[in-house]
Design a protein. Structure first.
Length: 151
């Protein structure tokens, strides 16, 4: 695996199919896409994933969206993407945060990547999405937030 990370500055919506894998409501993606740094990750000529990171102020950045193509999942790409982004922001931010649904597989992924539990936002998914969000058979209600120090 030799991922290459490239920043996307124009036409970020051309990667909408990937963005919607991680955040399935386009109006929610629109809330952060323009103000965020977008990166695509390629293995050779093939884009395998993307992420969007925003500056939340006070030395904190937020991983707003991270997605790996379904046919490339469970092969270590997501973990490598996070490692590359954390290295990229070294010296620029002190902490990266991420919010996600309270689903064991996703929570486990972030913990394996070195994130630690921070807090919970009750009702985030039920209050902000126009339809029920179900992941791994679980109806999402609260957002669980994690933090990772950036060296």
């Amino acid at each position: 695996m030799a991922l290459v990370m490239k920043q996307v500055t124009d036409d970020k919506k051309c990667h909408l199919d990937l963005l919607l894998l991680a955040d399935e409501q386009e109006s929610m993606v629109d809330r952060y896409l323009d103000r965020g740094d977008m990166f695509v990750f390629a293995d050779g000529d093939a884009v395998v994933g993307e992420c969007v990171v925003t500056d939340e102020g006070s030395g904190v950045c937020e991983l707003k969206n991270i997605a790996v193509r379904p046919d490339c999942q469970r092969r270590g790409f997501g973990r490598e993407m996070i490692e590359m982004v954390i290295r990229h922001y070294g010296g620029k931010f002190g902490t990266m945060i991420v919010g996600t649904g309270d689903v064991p597989s996703t929570v486990g992924f972030y913990k394996e990547c070195g994130f630690e539990y921070s807090h919970r936002i009750p009702g985030f998914f039920t209050d902000n999405y126009d339809h029920p969000i179900v992941e791994d058979g679980i109806l999402l209600r609260d957002m669980v937030c994690f933090r990772h120090p950036i060296p």
